[in-house]
Design a binder for this molecule. Structure first.
Ligand code: GLU
Length: 370
C-alpha cells in the first residue's frame, strides 16, 4: 500500500446489509482497516452510502418502490444513524460533509470543501462524505456515491480510491450465471470492452452497480488516482491489502494526467447546450490544439448563457468530441456561426473576443485526443 491519501467508498450493502437499519457486521472490519492505515501515517476520507437504507425502517412506506420524497426522508434520518454507527468504531472524531453536484460545480465551494477536509485531516478527524440527498434535485445530483467518491478523491487530491461493495471486482463475465467467469486483477485502460465485460454499457440508459463503479474508476485514473474495486464484506480483503496485495480489481492511474481545471470541466459541470462543428474545425481542435472559432460552427442547439458549459459535436460522426466553456450565448452564436471572427462586432454590435471556446477552457474527450 504505497498511497498517502485515500478515499474509501462504502456501499449501502455494507452499512445496512438487511436494508433495515445500520449494522456493525461489515463496518467494524472496514473501520479497523481505516485505523490501521491511519497508524501507518496515511490519510483517509470516507464516502459512505447507507442513509436511505438506514432510514428505511423509520419512515413508513407502502411499497418496495420508494417515492423520491420518501427516499429523501429516509436519507435524512438514516444519515444520523449511519454517522452514529461509524463513530462507535473510532476513538478519533468523525465529521459529516454533505454535498451536491452544484457544490462541486462551483469553483469557490469546491475549494471550500477541499480546505475543510485538509484542516480536518491535519487534526486527526475522519471526514465522512455523503450526497446531500434531502436538498438534491435531479439536475443537482451526482446520483450515486461511486461517482461522488471519484469526485471527492479529486477534490481532496487523493492518490488512491477504494470502492468497497459486496462484489469481488470486475469479472470477465457475470459470475452469477457463468461458472467460468474470472476476476480481472488489473485494468490499465477503460474501454467499451471493459464496460461490456461488466455487463453494462456507457449508455445513459444502462443502470447497475458495476457501471457506476467503472465510471468512477475512469474519472479517478484520469486524475492520477489508482482505483480498486474490492469486496468489503470479506475481512480477508483488508488483510490482503495490508500485506500489499490486490484482492480485487485495480485500475492503474494514467501517467499523463489532465489538469485539475480540465478534469473539473469534464466531470463536474453539466452541459447546457450543444454545437456541431464542420470537419475543418474538428481537425483544428483535435489535431492542432486550436481554440474554437465561429467559422467552423454549423448548428447550435438548446439555450445557454455566455460562460455555460457546452458539448462540441463532430458533424460527420454526430459524436461528442469535446466539452468547453462557451464565451457567447446561444442567440449570439446562431447569428455568428459560419462567419469570420472579424465579422462578430458588425453582426452583434459587441465582441467578447475572436474565439467561441478557448483552448484552456476545453477538454477533448479521450477517444478523440491524440
Ligand atoms: N446517498 C445515498 C444514501 O446515503 C447512497 C447513494 C449510493 O449508494 O450510490 O443512501
Amino acid at each position: 500500500m504505497d498511497f498517502k491519501r485515500a478515499v474509501i467508498k462504502v456501499g449501502s450493502a455494507l452499512i445496512a446489509p438487511t436494508s433495515n437499519g445500520c449494522s456493525g457486521q461489515y463496518a467494524l472490519a472496514i473501520a479497523q482497516f481505516i485505523t490501521n492505515c491511519q497508524h501507518q501515517g496515511k490519510e483517509i476520507i470516507l464516502v459512505s452510502s447507507g442513509g436511505v437504507a438506514a432510514g428505511r425502517s423509520i419512515i413508513h412506506h407502502g411499497s418496495p418502490e420508494l417515492s423520491v420524497t420518501t427516499r429523501k426522508a429516509m436519507a435524512s434520518v438514516g444519515q444520523m444513524q449511519m454517522m452514529a454507527n461509524w463513530q462507535r468504531f473510532f476513538d478519533n472524531p468523525c465529521s459529516q460533509i454533505l454535498i451536491t453536484q452544484s457544490d462541486l460545480a462551483d469553483r469557490a465551494r469546491f475549494i471550500s470543501i477541499k480546505e475543510t477536509i485538509n484542516v480536518q485531516l491535519a487534526n486527526g478527524v475522519l471526514p465522512i462524505v455523503n450526497e446531500n440527498d434531502t436538498v438534491k434535485t435531479d439536475e443537482l445530483a451526482v446520483g450515486d456515491n461511486d461517482n461522488l467518491a471519484a469526485l471527492v478523491a479529486q477534490v481532496c487530491e487523493a492518490d488512491c480510491l477504494f470502492i468497497l461493495s459486496d462484489i469481488d471486482g470486475v469479472y470477465t463475465k457475470d459470475p452469477k450465471v457463468n461458472s467460468d467467469a474470472e476476476l480481472v486483477p488489473e485494468i490499465t485502460e477503460i474501454t467499451d470492452a471493459i464496460y461490456a465485460m461488466a455487463g453494462t454499457s456507457r449508455s445513459h440508459l444502462a443502470t447497475g452497480g458495476m457501471k457506476t463503479k467503472i465510471e468512477a474508476a475512469e474519472k479517478a485514473i484520469e486524475h492520477g488516482i489508482d482505483t480498486y474495486i474490492l469486496n468489503g464484506s470479506k475481512s480477508e480483503t483488508f488483510a490482503s491489502l495490508l500485506q500489499g496485495n490486490n484482492p480485487g480489481t485495480r485500475f492503474t492511474a494514467e501517467k499523463e494526467i489532465i489538469t485539475a481545471k480540465k478534469h473539473w470541466l469534464k466531470h463536474t459541470l453539466k452541459s447546457q447546450g450543444q454545437i456541431t462543428l464542420d470537419a475543418g474545425a474538428v481537425d483544428a481542435l483535435v489535431n492542432k490544439g486550436a481554440s474554437l472559432l465561429p467559422s467552423g460552427i454549423i448548428s447550435v442547439s438548446n439555450t445557454f448563457q455566455a460562460g455555460d458549459t457546452i458539448e462540441l459535436l463532430d458533424d460527420t460522426t454526430k459524436e461528442i468530441i469535446a466539452k468547453g466553456i462557451c464565451l457567447y450565448n446561444h442567440n449570439d452564436l446562431r447569428r455568428i456561426m459560419g462567419k469570420h471572427s472579424d465579422e462578430i462586432d458588425t453582426i452583434l454590435g459587441h465582441n467578447y473576443g475572436d474565439v467561441i471556446v478557448h483552448r484552456d477552457d476545453m477538454v477533448i474527450l479521450k477517444e478523440y485526443s491524440k
